[in-house]
Design a protein around this ligand. Structure first.
Ligand SMILES: *Cc1c(COP(=O)(O)O)cnc(C)c1O
Length: 418
């Protein structure tokens, strides 16, 4: 992008955007599992004049005049999203995944009710009941984890905890769980204890939309997601349900319950993203994302690494880097950052390190797969990562590795030029 107006008006911000553009575009291997590269069309919608418009309310029921085009844009986003997940009622206004979760939880239960969500160190999200989040403060929250030997959700254990704590709401879905989630089993547990079920599919939404993962649509009372992870859209959130009563509540709870004016420039970008996600090319992309994650985690296993749950069924996997290389997650993340590989430290099940250090690394394939990386490229990257840890005190060698990373990234340019 030229950004010529920014260049003229604000040199400081311009220079920083250009620096970040280079970092993303030319020099870095992006392995953060929650990131992706949007299309130029998505980018342009977000930079459009739609940002000028106030549109509190919903299509045909706005508090401001002049919404005739905005309404059509939001309706397109709504219709496309319904089609993408084969669901009856959707809300495309949440500013983020966390806002979607706040509105979704509030539309099902009351302040002070009991909730049961996945613990943070097992891969859950802050908004699933963590003490520093609204979800841990407004509700009495309990957690389930994964089996410490297998790394898998133990559904019998979840049922046992649910029977003990009697939640009004069970939340399933995760930020760092490498295996499939059985929404059907969660629904059985929720039914057995008389709880609502919320599925937060922020990470795996793209896999669900393309049929590579079971859909929660016929099981969960309410479903939330982000749009900027595997869905490859703008930064934002969505809420979905098949239940008309819950749909009415979720709309009221989002606006005016939690938010004011919707970001219609982002909603236009969401509409474009959903259109892209309905194309056959997107299904091919997601298939490759999964193949790449499997190829890379298999390679790490061959190299002697300890992978949580022994592999992956989706777009990410977790390395127990403490066990594998006697490094904390933070040390590993910083070592890799020095050779232009970006990923994040992550807690692992029963982590003995504090969240600021952790014992794990989370690695995801969505972003680099968008660049066209295939299995062989991810296998190469696995070796470069291993070389980095094995030569962490050898500056000459680290310099060579960094050059190799840049070469690999440059050989897979983004689909579009900025
Ligand atoms: C990323 C994520 C969110 C929150 O998304 P934000 O847009 O960062 O607020 C919620 N739930 C899960 C499971 C996530 O992975």
């Amino acid at each position: 992008m030229s950004y010529n107006a920014i260049k003229k008006e604000d040199k400081e911000i311009y220079n920083l955007i250009k620096a970040e553009e280079k970092r993303q575009n030319k020099y870095n291997a992006e392995l953060i599992a929650s990131e992706n590269f949007v299309s130029k069309a998505v980018l342009q919608a977000q930079g459009s004049i739609l940002t000028n418009k106030y549109a509190e309310g919903y299509p045909s029921k706005r508090y401001y005049g002049g919404c005739q085009y905005i309404d059509q844009i939001e309706n397109l986003a709504i219709e496309r999203l319904k089609k993408l997940f084969n669901v009856k009622y959707v809300n495309v206004q949440p500013h983020s995944g966390s806002q979607a979760n706040m509105a979704a939880i509030r539309s099902l239960i009351n302040h002070g009710d009991v909730i049961l969500g996945m613990s943070l160190d097992s891969g859950g999200h802050l908004t699933h009941g963590y003490k520093l989040s609204f979800s841990g403060q407004d509700y009495i929250s309990y957690t389930y984890g994964v089996n410490k030997d297998t790394g898998l959700i133990d559904y019998d254990e979840v049922l046992k905890i649910a029977k003990e704590v009697k939640p009004k709401l069970i939340i399933c879905g995760a930020s760092a769980y490498p295996r499939k989630i059985s929404f059907k089993k969660f629904k059985e547990i929720a039914d057995e204890v008389g709880a609502y079920l919320m599925a937060d599919i922020a990470h795996i939404a793209g896999l669900i939309a393309t049929g590579f993962h079971e859909s929660p649509v016929n099981y969960a009372d309410i479903i939330t997601s982000t749009t900027h992870k595997t869905l490859r859209g703008p930064r934002g959130g969505i809420i979905m349900t098949n239940n008309e009563e819950i749909a009415k509540k979720m709309n009221k709870m989002l606006f005016p319950g939690c938010q004011g004016g919707p970001l219609e420039h982002v909603i236009a970008a969401k509409a474009i993203c959903f259109k892209e996600d309905l194309m056959p090319e997107y299904k091919t992309y997601i298939k490759q994302v999964i193949l790449n994650a499997k190829a890379m985690s298999d390679e790490f296993i061959k190299l002697g690494y300890n992978i949580i749950s022994g592999g992956t069924d989706n777009h990410l996997f977790l390395i127990d880097i403490k066990k594998s290389k006697n490094l904390t997650g933070l040390q590993a993340q910083e070592l890799l950052e020095n050779v232009n590989i970006t990923c994040n430290k992550n807690s692992i099940p029963n982590d003995q390190e504090k969240p600021a250090y952790t014992s794990g690394l989370r690695i995801g394939t969505p972003a680099l797969t968008t660049r066209g990386f295939k299995e062989k490229d991810f296998i190469k990257l696995a070796h470069l990562i291993d070389d980095t840890f094995n030569n962490k005190d050898n500056n000459e060698k680290l310099k060579d590795i960094k050059e190799e990373v840049i070469k690999l990234v440059k050989s897979h340019p983004l689909r579009y030029k900025y």
